[in-house]
Ligand binder design. Structure first.
Ligand SMILES: [Zn+2]
Ligand SMILES: [Zn+2]
Length: 101
């Protein structure tokens, strides 16, 4: 199986696809997990956010209870990517997301 080499690279298009295709699910320890398939390497990846952060963001929301959450997401799949630095995982793609809550 071939896989893409690791390259740390900000990618807005990647981030947009993550925002469009990933799903929230409740995680352990009061966390929310935003998970899906990396649009670049097609491995499973996720971003966990603590409940408290979400609640703070919602409180800060003006008016009607919608808030935009700004988070930085990077691929943390468990796939093999040549050149991935020690202690890191994923294919290196990352980007900032704006999510409507
Ligand atoms: Zn991967
Ligand atoms: Zn990836």
């Amino acid at each position: 199986m071939t896989s893409v080499p690791y390259e740390e690279e900000p990618d807005d298009h990647w981030a947009q696809e993550v925002a469009d295709t990933f799903q929230w699910r409740p995680g352990p320890g009061g966390q929310w997990v935003f998970e899906g398939t990396c649009p670049f390497c097609h491995h499973k990846m996720f971003r966990a956010i603590s409940d408290a952060v979400l609640v703070d963001d919602l409180r800060a929301a003006p008016g009607a209870g919608t808030a935009t959450l700004d988070i930085l997401v990077s691929c943390n799949c468990r796939g093999e990517h040549a050149g991935c630095p020690e202690g890191k995982s994923g294919c290196g793609r990352y980007g900032g997301l704006k999510l409507e809550l």
